[in-house]
Design a binder for this molecule. Structure first.
Ligand code: HEM
Length: 157
C-alpha cells in the first residue's frame, strides 16, 4: 500500500479529524449516538405498548423504562461531549462536489439534529421528574429529583 509520508496518515485511523476525513473520536461519537438513538425509539415503542406483566426477551416494562431513561441520560452526556468536540476540533473540508446551497442545507440540518440531541433527553428528564416518576439508573439506583414533583406542569411536559 502506498505511504503518504505523513505519520498521522500512515499510523492507521487518526484520533482527530484530518482535512479529508473524520478521525476516530468523531466516528465513535457519531456511531454511538446513532446506535443509542435507534435503541431509544425501539425501546420506547416496546415499553409504551407492553401490557402489564408481559415480557419481551424476558424483560418486563419496568426494565425497558429504566433503560430508556438511563440511556437517554447517557445520550445527553454524549451530546455534550459531541458539542465540545465539534467546537474544539476542525472539521474535514467540504467535499468539492457540494454546491454552496447544498452546504447550507447540510449545515442547517446538522444544527437541527444537534438541537434534537439536547431537546429529547432534557424534555424526557423534565417529564419524569415533574411527574414524580423518577429515574432508577439502569435499574440500580434512584437519582435525586432536583426539581421535585410539579403537578402544575401537567399538560406542559
Ligand atoms: C435522546 C433521548 C431520548 C429519545 C430519542 C427518546 C424517545 C422517546 C420516544 C420515541 C418515546 C415514545 C413516545 C410515544 O410513542 O408515546 C419516548 C417515551 C418516553 N420517554 Fe423518552 N427519549 C429520550 C430520552 C428520555 C429520557 C432522558 C427520559 C427520562 C429520564 C425519557 C423518558 C420517557 C418516558 C417516561 C416515556 C414514556 C412516556 C409515556 O409513557 O407516554 N426519555 N421517548
Amino acid at each position: 500500500m502506498a505511504r503518504s509520508g505523513c505519520p498521522r496518515y500512515d499510523a492507521g485511523m487518526p484520533l482527530t479529524n484530518l482535512p479529508d476525513r473524520y478521525g476516530a473520536v468523531s466516528k465513535l461519537l457519531h456511531w454511538s449516538v446513532f446506535v443509542l438513538f435507534a435503541y431509544q425509539f425501539v425501546g420506547a415503542n416496546i415499553m409504551t405498548r407492553l401490557p402489564r406483566d408481559a415480557r419481551v426477551f424476558g424483560m418486563n416494562g419496568d426494565f425497558f423504562y429504566d433503560w430508556h431513561k438511563s440511556i437517554g441520560l447517557v445520550l445527553l452526556g454524549l451530546a455534550i461531549a459531541r458539542l465540545i468536540w465539534r467546537r474544539t476540533t476542525p472539521l474535514p473540508q467540504w467535499h468539492p462536489s457540494l454546491s454552496e446551497p447544498e452546504r447550507g442545507i447540510v449545515h442547517r440540518l446538522e444544527t437541527w439534529l444537534y438541537w434534537l440531541m439536547f431537546v429529547m433527553p432534557v424534555t424526557g428528564y423534565l417529564f419524569v421528574m415533574a411527574g414524580g416518576y423518577g429515574v432508577k439508573l439502569f435499574g440500580i439506583t434512584d437519582l435525586p429529583n432536583p426539581i421535585g414533583k410539579q403537578p402544575s406542569w401537567s399538560g406542559i411536559v
